[in-house]
Design a protein around this ligand. Structure first.
Ligand code: PMP
Length: 407
């Protein structure tokens, strides 16, 4: 079991008050809070090892380079990649998806080719493909979602055609919490010789990810959703695929030699890392991963599952609640509506009670359309949340409900 009161002391922000009420932070699917070790790592790196990395012959540059490359190895080990040069640092999930969409469309797609997405994708795994679809005249095929918020696997199987070139799906839904059956998804795609990209933004903080066991061609995620800093994320790709993809951006660092006649690109991973990378962010990111490993992702998941179970049970007893996302396998995300209270009203009123939830479409408008709603209220739990905080949420919901009933 995790010692939550002790763990909470690692997160200074959790001790804050808002509107004179203790902060209850349930917006973890948007971003997580940072433990002291991560913040201190950033400070330490700027104070003690700051110099631009690679190529520098001086001491500081070499120390900073070493720290950055060690961070790459930490990420490699965390997701069980075969080699560190299969880890590309990006600005986050969004940039990683754009990188793949752009390179993949250029290198492997012709007019009429198809990409399979799903109805539960975040906009960042829809819009990059639409941009390429418009440029290259490619088609997007969408796996529907059933009433429980699960992918319709029969439809998924039927979507494959001669023209299918890639499957790009979310591992875990940021709205519904659904943990998709990615092993099966990949197995089916591979039967059609189609590679798979998984959006792991909502998965990596909650489930053990082993990219080799999964056998995904690409896997992307963001540091800030797993207790790391903002502005950095990961594109994992199998070496053979990364070798075949063209560079995404040009500039320093991604080249071996430059002449006006011809430029030779650098080897992996540098081919995809144009410009000065976020070498401070990478070391803080590695610190966050070590923090998570120290607690154990399985123990974190067990704690979060218990919070989800408790919150789901209590909220259903609290009033006329509709829960969106009733999949058999769910991460710690609770999306709901109460009566006909608008999600923004709910969000604002909860905020006044010190409770931070997210309300709206959660960057998944096609999913909202499928569900026939404008938005939901979303409470998402992380390793430092407690049942007492859930009690505060429930009390808040009951209070708001009474207020609306009186109207
Ligand atoms: N995919 C999913 C499933 C997400 O939840 C998010 C963030 N809400 C993203 C992609 C985008 O991540 P980022 O903004 O860090 O690039």
């Amino acid at each position: 079991m995790l010692d939550i009161p002790i763990i909470r002391q690692d997160f200074p922000i959790l001790g804050h008050k808002v509107y004179d009420k203790p902060l209850v932070y349930f917006d973890n699917a948007a971003t997580t809070q940072k433990p002291r070790v991560v913040v201190e790592k950033i400070r330490d790196a700027y104070y003690n090892v700051n110099a631009n990395i690679h190529r520098g012959v001086h001491f500081l540059s070499q120390a900073a380079t070493e720290a950055h490359e060690e961070a790459r190895q930490t990420v490699q080990q965390f997701i069980h990649a075969r080699s560190a040069h299969e880890i590309i640092f990006t600005r986050g999930t969004t940039e990683a998806v754009n990188l793949i969409a752009s390179g993949f469309a250029d290198a492997f797609m012709s007019p009429g080719d198809e990409v399979i997405l799903s109805a539960m994708e975040h906009h960042s795994n829809i819009v990059p493909w639409q941009l390429q679809a418009a440029r290259k005249d490619i088609a997007l095929r969408v796996v529907p979602v059933n009433e429980r918020g699960e992918l319709c696997m029969e439809s998924y199987r039927d979507l494959f055609s001669e023209r299918t070139k890639l499957v790009a799906l979310t591992h875990v839904s940021n709205v519904l919490g659904t943990i998709n059956p990615v092993e099966e998804i990949i197995r089916i795609a591979h039967r059609h010789q189609v590679p798979v990209m998984l959006d792991g933004a909502q998965a990596v903080p909650h489930v053990q990810v082993d990219v080799q066991a999964l056998d995904a061609e690409f896997y992307v995620f963001s540091a800030h959703k797993i207790y790391g800093p903002t502005g950095i994320g990961v594109l994992y790709g199998k070496e053979e695929w990364l070798e075949k993809l063209p560079p995404y951006q040009g500039g320093g660092e991604m080249i071996a030699t430059v002449a006006f006649e011809k430029t030779v690109f650098n080897e992996l991973p540098f081919k995809f890392e144009a410009g000065t990378p976020d070498y401070i962010g990478s070391t803080a990111f590695a610190e966050a991963l070590r923090y998570v490993e120290g607690l154990g992702i399985e123990r974190i998941a067990a704690h979060e599952q218990e919070l989800l179970r408790y919150a789901t049970e209590r909220i259903q007893a609290a009033g006329p609640v509709r829960i969106f996302g009733q999949a058999a396998h769910k991460s710690s995300v609770l999306s709901f509506l109460m009566g006909d209270i608008h999600p923004y009203d709910m969000g604002m009123l909860l905020d006044r009670l010190g409770i931070a939830v997210r309300s709206g479409h959660h960057c998944a408008q096609p999913l909202m359309k499928r569900l026939g709603i404008e938005g939901t209220v979303r409470a998402s739990f992380a390793l430092y949340n407690t049942k007492e905080e859930i009690d505060t949420l429930i009390a808040g919901l009951e209070q708001i409900q009474t207020m609306f009933l009186k109207k």
